[in-house]
Design a protein around this ligand. Structure first.
Ligand code: SF4
Ligand code: SF4
Ligand code: SF4
Length: 461
């Protein structure tokens, strides 16, 4: 299957696009699998061509950049209308990026600085008013204006990550449906030997079967590896629901938690790439408590159960209820934890007890190549930043700047980093820390002021 992709550039530096091009000859592995239908910088298409395309005619629309101008605002709505899946791509699109720091100033201050006061201006003609789009009051996030289906952070994301994200999306969109099939129909154990009769959870009744599949005895339980079926198998699906109800009453064992987790990931085709995350991922939603999931009550055999109410169009009701019940139970269980790693967890530098005795600017002294940069006094955002980049900056001797954004269970990266500094053992007085932390907002919100709780500076007039 060839998927149709579009690339939209909002206000940005083109670095994310450049990172994609930096795949060089590896692009040849991807290009035969995609048809580029919109990419004004590379093929001869204009905005009017995008406007003329039918809605939902692009399979995946990638968006680089943040919303700064009126034109960005129109473009982001236009590509959303034309695309089935929208991917916010790079720190600017995901978090507001470095240009988001402009939210520390109002529009008049910015225009005046750029066009009238900047030291490199010799003759000022004032703020240009012709042939330029109007700029918005502040930088807005793509997700604040349109629904985003997946996020790839990084400034820029690495070429390898962009490649694997594209391949994941190709596989996701190529997922074929085989109507009327299910694993029970092709299972050797169907009937008396069905393992549901031995109290073993098997998700074959709600899983579709691919052509020529034979489910042999030695395969054991099906974990939903082929995705959902439109026709769950009768009577097995009811046995599965009954068995599930008996299992979810008791505290879950470690093995059950792991089995449920694997089933959800396989059945819903979740990315598991670490750096690509989606608001449609229910495990992400319950494990980060960022958005949570709506719940509902269902009645089975005169008993009431609260389950999550999942938005899964086309899934049979009983399948949604089974998934909603498992996720609700996982969410309740104290043994269920998804560990969201920080950059520190992937950093090879040695950490002892984090102990801050000094604060240095990046250019001061030469960092010891083996030890934690923060312990050496370099303000490294690793403790507050989501893992996924492979700690490339600390590995190269540079403190992490936080371009992957806050760890998934953190709401505000700045608050998290300040709290990390406060909680490590330090001989420095808070005022000395503040004095030496030159440009605190630029440090802790370098890539994410518009995504932070602060969002923008508001001045009392
Ligand atoms: S995320 Fe970084 S590389 Fe990508 S457009 Fe923004 S500033 Fe440029
Ligand atoms: S150098 Fe940075 S990323 Fe590495 S362990 Fe220290 S604080 Fe964490
Ligand atoms: S170490 Fe930090 S700044 Fe560097 S790429 Fe990773 S997240 Fe971004």
């Amino acid at each position: 299957m060839v998927i149709k992709v579009g690339f939209m550039q909002l206000s940005s530096c083109w670095g994310c696009h450049q990172s994609l091009l930096n795949l060089h000859e590896e692009l040849l592995e991807i290009l035969p699998l995609i048809e580029i239908v919109y990419w004004p910088a590379v093929i001869d298409v204009k905005e009017k061509d995008l406007e003329a395309m039918p809605n939902d005619s692009i399979d995946v629309g990638f968006i680089e950049g943040m919303i700064r101008t009126e034109q960005d605002l129109n473009n982001v709505k236009l590509i959303r209308k034309k695309s089935k899946i929208i991917v916010a791509w790079g720190a600017c699109a995901v978090l507001g990026g470095i240009p988001g720091l402009a939210n520390l100033y109002d529009k008049d201050e910015l225009l005046s600085r750029k066009f009238k006061e900047c030291e490199s201006i010799e003759i000022t003609k004032g703020v240009p008013l012709e042939n330029v789009p109007n700029i918005e009051e502040c930088v807005e996030l793509v997700k604040s204006i349109v629904t985003v289906d997946a996020f790839i952070p990084g400034c820029p994301p690495s070429p390898e990550q962009i490649k694997s994200a594209i391949i994941y999306l190709i596989v996701l969109l190529s997922d074929k449906k085989y109507p009327g099939t299910n694993v029970c129909k092709v299972c050797e154990m169907r009937g008396d030997s069905c393992i549901l009769n031995q109290d073993i959870l098997c998700f074959g009744p709600i899983s579709q079967a691919v052509p020529n599949l034979k489910w042999k005895k030695d395969k054991g339980a099906c974990l939903g590896e082929y995705g959902y079926t439109d026709v769950p198998s009768e009577p097995e699906v009811h046995k599965l629901m009954d068995l599930l109800i008996s299992k979810v009453q008791d505290p879950l064992t470690e093995k059950q938690i792991s089995q449920f987790n694997k089933f959800i990931i396989l059945f819903l085709r979740l990315s598991n790439l670490g750096y690509l995350y989606s608001p449609h991922d229910p495990i992400m939603r319950i494990s980060t408590k960022r958005e949570g999931l709506p719940s509902k009550k269902i009645k089975i055999k005169n008993k009431n159960f609260t389950i999550f109410d999942l938005n899964l169009p086309n899934y049979p009701e009983i399948t949604k209820n089974i998934l909603g019940m498992i996720l609700y139970r996982l969410n309740e269980d104290p043994g269920f934890k998804v560990i969201w790693k920080s950059v520190c967890a992937t950093c090879p530098r040695d950490t002892k007890e984090k102990h801050l005795t000094n604060i240095k600017r990046d250019f001061e002294g030469i960092a010891n190549p083996d030890d934690c940069l923060l312990e050496q006094g370099y303000l490294c955002m690793g403790p507050a930043t989501q893992a996924g980049c492979g700690a490339i900056c600390p590995k190269a001797g540079v403190p992490c700047l936080g371009c992957y954004g806050p760890t998934a269970n953190t709401q505000d990266i700045g608050a998290k980093f300040i709290s990390a500094i406060g909680s490590i053992s330090t001989e420095l007085h808070p005022e000395e820390i503040l004095r030496k932390m030159i440009d605190p907002a630029g440090l802790v919100y370098r890539f994410q002021l518009p995504a932070s709780i602060l969002h923008k500076k508001i001045k009392e007039k």
